[in-house]
Write a protein that binds this ligand. Structure first.
Ligand code: EPU
Length: 427
């Protein structure tokens, strides 16, 4: 069994470079199916969810060339398979993007129900609503979602709930649809804008990404292109919290400070200093940590993917903090693990009440999901003594080179178990 062994209690000091955004990469890779010709994708994070997406494309018949550690060339011209198996689909949530991309190019797709972190119910009714509105027939049978259409036609679609996945899937499904598609009540995260920018670079006509309404005028064809993925704001936020929590001083490079504003504003209220540069932020803290009230919301609200990290930090604050989870039903599974380390946190449904404590004890803990796992790593870094974090496969789904990056900041962390990350193995 692989785990991280962490000897914590030291401030993190130094510089770290952030990789490309996971949640953009896992949509942009399936979107290459829409291109007639090779796509060169730069700033691709070296994580296992990306490796799984590439593996799916490869198994469909795409040719994949690694150019360097963060750049690949994908040519989907000759793909001949329009389904994603149960085994591959269950490895990650984002396998649902193959539905939109395959439907748009081939008029049909079969993808098994997606996997991913267990955050409570994760319906995809809004994705299917969008495909149906564009004219697709949908049938779910024995865990497979089968969709098909003779011709997709643009429509006015109002989403009942704000969904990152449904917004992106609807954009993918609509790029070739005849006429104009209008999507209302859409998600506005930076990765929505990034996927739209990628599609537009290939020749799509998508306007309004980043606002509540997206307008897509169907085009006849898309060509290959070279595209660099936007930096990952959640990876950046993770190192920002790690710097603040350990009382360190870290320059976080290759970021877009504007994307970090919801995180920056909370960290400043908690007593950290955040200095913004063109494409970097420096985070440090010298005074005590102050308690906070946080409610997670769709962008530009505070991101749910940072919730566990803030929870881990606030157990060290001077007073009572309250976190309300506004997106997922079950995103407090890290709390039991933090309690093993001496935290005082009560959860009632979607609300956690965190009483700050000054003394924490190291402990063996388990990563219940990706961001919770990252929160436990950072919690262990801020706790004097040796902690172990198990089930690190969850963490490697979304954090590239986390051991190397933390060691570069002076952390005492090692990976114990088989050599080589799951990301590298999967590629
Ligand atoms: N929802 C529906 N119906 C749908 C889709 C969503 O009711 O058809 C609900 C969900 O149950 C949830 C809310 O809408 O309550 C938001 O879900 P959304 O569709 O936005 O989530 P997602 O697309 O499945 C992405 C990220 C998650 C991130 C959420 C919210 C990817 C691959 N995943 O998930 O990232 O938490 O958006 O920002 O992009 C992570 O990176 O750790 C992660 C879980």
């Amino acid at each position: 069994m692989e785990k991280f062994v962490i000897n914590g209690g030291k401030p993190l000091i130094g510089e770290v470079t952030i990789g490309g955004a996971k949640n953009a990469a896992v949509a942009i890779l399936p979107a290459t199916i829409l291109a007639a010709g090779p796509c060169i994708i730069e700033n691709l994070p070296n994580i296992s969810d990306v490796a799984a997406s590439i593996r799916i494309l490869y198994e469909m018949g795409a040719s994949v060339k690694t150019i360097d550690k963060t750049t690949i060339e994908i040519d989907t011209t000759h793909i001949h398979v329009t389904s994603v198996s149960n085994e591959m689909s269950r490895q990650m949530r984002a396998s649902y993007y193959f539905l939109g991309a395959l439907l748009a190019r081939f008029g049909k797709a079969s993808v098994a129900m997606p996997g991913g972190c267990n955050l409570g119910p994760r319906p995809i009714d809004q994705h299917l609503k969008a495909f149906a509105a564009l004219g697709a027939n949908i049938d779910v049978e024995y865990g497979m979602i089968n969709i098909s259409s003779d011709a997709l036609v643009g429509e006015h679609i109002f989403f009942d709930t704000i969904s990152v996945g449904a917004t992106i899937n609807a954009m993918l499904g609509a790029v070739y649809a005849e006429g104009v598609t209008i999507l209302e009540n859409v998600a506005k995260e930076p990765h929505i804008v990034d996927v739209a920018n990628f599609l537009n670079t290939m020749g799509a006509d998508i306007r309004g990404a980043g606002t509540d309404v997206i307008k897509i005028r169907g085009v006849q064809s898309l060509s290959g292109c070279t595209y660099s993925i936007v930096p990952d704001q959640i990876e950046a936020g993770t190192y920002m919290v790690a710097a603040a929590m350990t009382g360190g001083n870290v320059l976080i490079k290759n970021v877009i400070p504007k994307h970090l504003e919801p995180i920056t504003s909370k960290l400043e209220r908690a007593g950290a200093t955040v200095k913004e540069y063109d494409d970097a932020v420096r985070v440090y803290r010298t005074g005590p940590l102050e308690p906070l009230n946080i409610k997670t919301m769709p962008h530009p609200g505070f991101p749910t993917d940072m919730q566990a990290l803030m929870g881990a930090m606030l157990r060290l604050a001077k007073g009572t903090s309250i976190i309300t989870e506004g997106i997922w039903e079950n995103r407090f599974r890290y709390v039991d693990e933090l309690v093993r380390m001496g935290a005082n946190i009560q959860v009632d449904g979607r609300v956690a009440v965190i009483e700050g404590v000054c003394e924490l004890s190291p402990a063996p803990v388990r990563a219940p999901d990706l961001r919770a796992g990252a929160a436990l790593v950072v919690a262990a870094l801020a706790t004097k003594g040796e902690s172990e974090v198990e089930e690190i496969g969850h963490i490697e789904r979304g954090y590239e080179d986390i051991v190397e990056k933390l060691r570069g900041l002076g952390a005492d962390i090692k990976r114990v178990g088989c050599p080589g990350s799951s990301a590298q193995q999967a590629i």
